[in-house]
Design a protein. Sequence first.
Length: 273
Amino acid sequence: MLSLAARSGAFSPYLQATSYVVAGQLKPIVPGVVVNTEKVLKDVKKPFLCRESLSGQSPKTGPAVSASINGAASVRFAHSDIRVPDFSDYRRPEVQNANKSSQDSSDGRKGFSYLLTGATVVVSAYAAKTVVSQFISTMSASADVLALSQIEIKLSDIPEGKNVTFKWRGKPLFVRHRTPKEIEVEAGVNMAELRDPQHDLDRVKKPKWMIVLGVCTHLGCVPIANAGDYGGYYCPCHGSHYDASGRIRKGPAPANLEVPFYEFPDEDTVIVG
């Protein structure tokens, strides 16, 4: 591009060429020259500063050359006129000195990295545990459902020899206050005669209180208390007979009446569920 000044001929009085090299990591090629006369002076012994003469002396990417008529022409190395930002405020003090090996402070820097990584893992695990717990809690029973999961019954309201039916979890619950005679009869039943063998003492916590679900084990009907051939419960739908211990004695039912979980917090109270 700069050879335009030498090849212009009759237009040379109207041309103004300026050439400079930006100082940088490389050694300057030639000092700056300014020409503004009627004649263009040229030393034939020195190579003219042009694209061809600069070939091999410039970096691999080549110099950035620009020229224009009646304007300034320049040669510069693009990498040498860029100001590198100072990142000292963001660097650790141990590695700011370029003449000092960073291996001397590697243990301390690794320790900080391990500490930061460990703290991140702990916080992430706690956050994941919280999210999972909250998600699982949304699938648990609501407060009104939990309130119906248990029923408290005052036993002093049930006279001896009577059966009282309560509603628990949408099902009938039979609470029977058995007489001493019923207790004696049920305890003496021959286990070999039972379809679903189970001793009376295995079905009660206190012999005088018999607590069972009022759901027939045949097709889910509700038996009648104090009825049937054995004086316990009778299902009129298909003719299943249960004794006073809720054990199946006759009919199509395959198993005994279910005994739910219950406990006696005191002598006059039972909590079912």
